[in-house]
Write a protein that binds this ligand. Sequence first.
Ligand code: ADP
Ligand code: MG
Length: 254
Amino acid sequence: MTAPMLEARGVRKSFGATEVLRGIDLTVERGQVACILGPSGSGKSTFLRCINHLEKMSAGRITVDGRLVGYREGAGVLHELSRTELARQRRDIGMVFQRFNLFPHLDVLGNIMAAPTLVRREPAAEARAYALELLDMVDLAGKASAYPAQLSGGQQQRVAIARALAMRPSLMLFDEPTSALDPELVGEVLAVMKRLAAAGMTMVVVTHELGFAREAADRVVFMDQGRILEEGPTAETLEHPRHERLRAFLARVL
Ligand code: ADP
Ligand code: MG
């Protein structure tokens, strides 16, 4: 049996005296899409950041593709990964943030090719061919030599998705990828994400876009005050929420 793509067990995180993650257990199988919903401050971003060790957990463990995140086990003891080992591990996890953070001085192709050529040392021709393929996938085939400032927010976010995919990750994390966009640009980004989901990518998506969740998510996870209050298959969970707090949340975002 193969390991789940993502397995989090008892993940806790404190900032000083404040515990913002209070024991998160979550399993995402290969090819599944999980949508995380929850009010602001419930710990969604912190949890995503723990998955690629941008944030160090206070307790618990996370495995991605069967490998422990941030640590290696030796003689029954956990050793923290070195910076190099950590960087290598992070390559398998793509992340897309609310803000696109493209390199302003590089054109679109340069943005997508930067990490594969500099970090993965892919030959330029190969990285370029794959970048063009990815640009096509995000509906930006004509924009290879445009600079970020010449693109709309929706186009920039689609470049950011292509850039993350260029590292050939096995897991993609999205942290409210459309919440900084003008409403008319949200659809084009969600369309690309749906395409990616349909192509079999394993995805964890923090979003308030219930339409996306309904169409693309296998399961929905509702976080509240640092815990998973409720989770389940998408339709069932959205249509028949068991907890009053999820019912209230859904009534607000609808
Ligand atoms: P969400 O993404 O669900 O809105 P976050 O994970 O961003 O929630 O934040 C959860 C809680 O943790 C919030 O109360 C936030 O203020 C706190 N928090 C997040 N990052 C830090 C940090 N670096 N230092 C202190 N508190 C933090
Ligand atoms: Mg957040």
